[in-house]
Design a protein around this ligand. Structure first.
Ligand SMILES: [Cu+2]
Length: 156
């Protein structure tokens, strides 16, 4: 009886250890520097799934952030902007953006989006393929233990 209890405890322990890993990445902030005519920073790198926030307030001039490839657009130039854009899976690559009124003054930037790391996909699939045989092995061991415990009085 003690063996069966221990085996069942192992079974529950291995099942509860199979928890999903949650990875959250902070937004990357792009603002406007003290010259009023530059993004700061003007070059940022994110991973697919991550967001860039274009944030400024109380600016002397109105600004916006518009991607050359049309991927994102903060709208009309404003002195106060808080625009967040998530670079979804499939947006990997370089995205140039400009502040439309000040593009000629050199108010341009680049968001480099890196493909989501393959490790994340492995992390999601691996525990299941590894966990399943381990659980079924423990389950069959516990059944064997229960059978052994139950059969003992009958054999004597
Ligand atoms: Cu501007």
């Amino acid at each position: 009886m003690r063996t069966a209890t221990i085996v069942l405890l192992f079974l529950f322990a291995s099942m509860s250890s199979a928890s999903a890993e949650i990875t959250t990445q902070d937004d990357v902030i792009v603002t406007v520097d003290s010259t009023n005519l530059r993004f700061s920073p003007s070059e940022v790198t994110v991973q697919e799934g991550q967001a860039v926030r274009f944030v400024w307030s109380g600016q002397a001039l109105g600004h916006n952030a518009v991607a050359d490839d049309g991927l994102f657009d903060s709208g009309e130039p404003e002195r106060d902007v808080d625009y967040r854009f998530v670079f979804e899976i499939g947006t990997a690559g370089e995205h140039q953006f400009v502040c439309e009124p000040h593009e000629a003054a050199g108010m341009i930037g680049t968001v480099t989006v890196e493909a989501a790391p393959a490790v994340v996909i492995e992390d999601e699939s691996e525990p299941e393929t590894v966990e399943t045989p381990a659980v079924s092995l423990l389950a069959s061991l516990s059944i064997l233990a229960l059978v052994a415990v139950m059969r003992r009085p009958l054999e004597e």
